[in-house]
Design a protein around this ligand. Structure first.
Ligand code: FE2
Ligand code: FE2
Length: 332
């Protein structure tokens, strides 16, 4: 507890010196943007499909712009409705584990950061719409994988441990989303608007990620065995819903293809062919998914996999390989 308290106090001093909302003039989308390089093609396979390319540059650009609206729309929603909201609960809620006042203060600073990120994402969408003349239409609500996974967990969890379970989701979400942003920023040319916006966001997220690793470790240590068992039972189902869910992305792609004039059957074909071309036809086993590499860093740092029954549940559900070594306590 003492080290976590010390960490949180140092975090608060860092936040005051480094948080974008505290220290930086905010970045705005420039007047001149290169629409063809707005969103990395690797992350939107349908923009490369021959049938879409054949419609001309304007159609490809529209796919990229709409994909960017979706990306920023999800950021705007999740930062406020999920991460910001759960940070509010962390700051003021009652849990089965103890929390130093300094940690609750850190939760408030992260809530501030995330509402600011949400604000920036909405501003980006408005600016981009103004530059391109493309109406974003309705923006994402509780539809993307993290949102539907959290909804399912709220439905399934025992109300007695729901508060603890929501904070576990927050720790996983903050580790995963940060890694996703890191992956995107690495794959986006430095001189593009999207890269600059992502980099600005990541200034804060690196700090959040470390905090949530510390928090998860603290929680896992402090909760009693029955809570640990209950959280461990929820984890595989949550990961399935969060990491494997593809339906919302597919529905989105089919919507764009429909706007471009393809009928339903042709759209389904194009979507399928695009994903096979980009990722191959076979789904890799869960423990080999690229997306989980970093998530499992959290599992190891927090020593979640050192708990026998939780480890067994993760092995049974395919999230960790049987031979993966159990985390060793690195002290501290
Ligand atoms: Fe954020
Ligand atoms: Fe964050």
């Amino acid at each position: 507890m003492n080290t976590f308290d010390t960490f949180a106090q140092r975090y608060l001093r860092e936040w005051d010196k480094r948080a974008t909302v505290r220290t930086q003039q905010r970045w705005r989308l420039p007047a001149e943007i290169d629409v063809g390089r707005l969103f990395p093609l690797d992350f939107q396979p349908i923009a490369r499909h021959a049938a879409v390319v054949a419609l001309g540059e304007k159609a490809v650009h529209e796919v990229l712009v709409r994909t960017l609206y979706k990306f920023q729309g999800e950021v705007a929603h999740l930062e406020m409705a999920i991460v910001g909201d759960l940070c509010g609960k962390l700051a003021g809620g009652a849990f089965s584990f103890p929390l130093p006042a300094s940690v609750r203060q850190v939760a408030r600073t992260i809530g501030v950061d995330e509402f600011y990120h949400s604000y920036l994402a909405r501003e980006f969408i408005a600016d981009l719409s103004q530059r391109t003349g493309i109406d974003p239409g309705p923006l994402p609500g509780w539809t993307y994988p993290l949102a539907t996974a959290l909804t399912a967990l709220r439905r399934d969890a025992d109300p007695a441990i729901l508060g603890d379970a929501e904070i576990m989701v927050l720790c996983f979400a903050e580790n995963f989303v940060t890694e996703e942003l890191f992956g995107l920023v690495k794959n986006t040319p430095k001189d593009t608007a999207f890269h600059v916006a992502l980099r600005e966001h990541l200034v804060d997220e690196g700090r959040h990620q470390i905090f949530f690793q510390m928090l998860m470790r603290h929680i896992w240590q402090e909760i009693d065995e029955s809570t640990r068992l209950a959280l461990g039972r929820l984890l595989p189902g949550f990961l399935d819903a969060f990491i494997l869910e593809r339906e919302s992305g597919r529905a989105f792609d089919l919507g764009i293809l429909g706007l471009l004039g393809f009928d339903r059957i042709r759209s389904l074909e194009i979507a399928r062919e695009s994903y096979v071309a980009a990722y191959g036809g076979q789904q890799p086993r869960k423990s080999a998914l690229f997306a989980i590499k970093r998530l499992f860093n959290l599992v190891r740092v927090a020593r979640i996999d050192a708990h026998g029954p939780t480890r067994e549940a993760l092995v049974r559900s395919g999230w960790i390989d049987d031979q993966t070594p159990v985390a060793r306590d690195s002290g501290g």
